[in-house]
Design a protein around this ligand. Structure first.
Ligand SMILES: Cc1ncc(COP(=O)(O)O)c(C=O)c1O
Length: 444
């Protein structure tokens, strides 16, 4: 089978019919960038209901870490499903949840003992970190970063500062949340040269927030994405995270790493914060942890996670089938896929960077492992954001059988399953090249 293989106009007739039914009955709050209706998936390929085959660089928003329906994961899921589907790990005990907590303690970059709380999603992982930060410190305030995405339930939404539409109409949000500029070095928030800066954007916290708005001894936590995901796949330099740790520690402020998108091997290390050598106090994990089954985890230093029975729990959290999928996922990540993300990711990054020579639309190419972002601009000098062009490129790629997703106002993210091969990465680069050519042609 050639990859991709597009046989009908898109969307095809069956896809069209299903989309019509969706329109009538499903919440219109979802953001579908293009009309893909999946029938089945395998590895990095997705087949739609009309028999068209796509190469998937979206992975269900960076979730299908081991590829679609990896046989080891499917086997683990089926085996567990045959035993029992649910018992509620909050009220009873079962081995998959305990084993997963043990595994996480071994891979999370926090020294000493680690305990984990289980929920069902990224937002629940963040909520747990938020509540535990307040509980453990007895403080109320939280600092997050502009451009951050931490979820959409009311607590995590208060931390999210990605797109105004995500907050519009839902206020009032949680009080005591402050936002500081993120280290977006392509668009340095304070106009410095990344080559010579020392993360001066963090001065805002010490010289503005702590002076004018909130005393550091009343800040429970600072939450940070080591690589901003929805914000545009923006990679924070190591020194930004290192200085953040230096700033939090003496003030008794907890450092929470939101690795919902950047974690579980996607960056080429198990967790993206490991590049900086920084040890956070808590980590929020979800998306790729269970290859597509719903699971969210808040892992914390054991001494911190000392809240009493009844203080926090979730009926479905730590579902045994999800835990079984996570155990199979972690095994694959550790044995081969984290390393594959690092090597194939470097190949993909280099190939996409090379495209900048012929495509003036490309403003910046950045990323780590198989978490790569390309920011499109109308003019390299002014860096005017090319939002419409970005959407056109994503659509042109879809028409050619490559599934991509936008991120931020004008970036495109490449977040394929971590099983992507070099040869498949070359196909991705070729199709992206063609899609850029089409979008640039349409502008002339
Ligand atoms: C960094 C980060 N945190 C939290 C979330 C929320 O995860 P979920 O959509 O599973 O609630 C996301 C989702 O994209 C994310 O990227």
């Amino acid at each position: 089978m050639s990859l991709p293989d597009i046989r009908t106009p898109l969307p095809g007739p069956k896809a069209k019919a299903l989309i019509e039914r969706d329109k009538a009955f499903v919440s219109p709050s979802y953001t579908r960038g293009y009309p893909l209706v999946i029938e089945r998936g395998s590895g990095v390929t997705v087949e739609d209901v009309d028999g068209n085959v796509f190469l998937d660089c979206a992975a269900g928003i960076a979730v299908n870490s081991t590829g679609h329906s990896h046989p080891d994961v499917v086997h683990a899921v089926a085996e567990q499903a045959g035993k029992f589907l649910h018992m509620s790990g909050t009220d009873f005990y079962y081995e998959p949840q305990v084993r997963l907590a043990e595994e996480l303690a071994a891979i999370v970059p926090i020294k000493g003992g680690v305990r984990s709380f289980f929920g069902n999603s990224g937002t629940e992982a963040v909520e747990a970190c938020l509540k535990l930060s307040r509980y453990a410190t007895g403080r109320q305030n939280i600092i997050a970063f502009l451009g951050a995405f931490h979820g959409r339930t009311m607590g995590s939404l208060s931390l999210t500062a990605s797109k105004a539409i995500q907050r519009r109409g839902f206020g009032p949000l949680l009080p005591g949340v402050y936002h500081a500029p993120y280290a977006d070095c392509y668009r340095c928030p304070i106009g410095l040269d990344p080559a010579s800066c020392t993360a001066e954007c963090l001065d805002f916290i010490e010289e503005q927030l702590f002076v004018h708005l909130v005393s550091p001894d009343e800040v429970a936590a600072i939450i940070v994405e080591p690589i901003q995901g929805e914000g545009g796949y923006v990679v924070a330099p190591d020194q930004f995270l290192q200085r953040l740790r230096e700033l939090t520690k003496p003030n008794g402020i907890l450092l929470v790493a939101d690795e919902v998108q950047s974690g579980m091997g996607r960056s080429g290390k198990m967790f993206a914060i490991e590049f900086s050598g920084v040890e956070p106090d808590m980590i929020a994990i979800a998306k790729g942890v269970a290859s597509g089954l719903p699971l969210g985890v808040a892992s914390a230093r054991a001494g911190l996670m000392a809240w009493p029975p009844g203080s926090h729990a979730s009926t479905f959290g730590g579902n045994p089938v999800s835990c079984a999928a996570a155990l199979a996922t972690i095994k694959l990540l550790r044995s081969e896929l984290v390393a594959n993300a690092a090597s194939v990711g470097a190949h993909l990054l280099a190939g996409l960077k090379a495209l900048a020579d012929k495509h003036p639309l490309i403003g910046d190419v950045r990323g780590r492992g198989l978490m790569v972002g390309v920011e499109l601009v109308r003019d390299r000098q002014t860096k005017e954001r090319a939002t419409d062009e970005r959407d056109a490129v994503v659509l042109a790629a879809f028409q050619r059988g490559l599934l991509l997703l936008g991120a931020g106002k004008n970036a495109i993210r490449f977040s394929p399953p971590l099983v992507l091969t070099r040869e498949q990465a070359d196909i991705v680069i070729r199709i992206f090249d063609e899609a850029l050519t089409e979008a640039e042609g349409a502008r002339r």
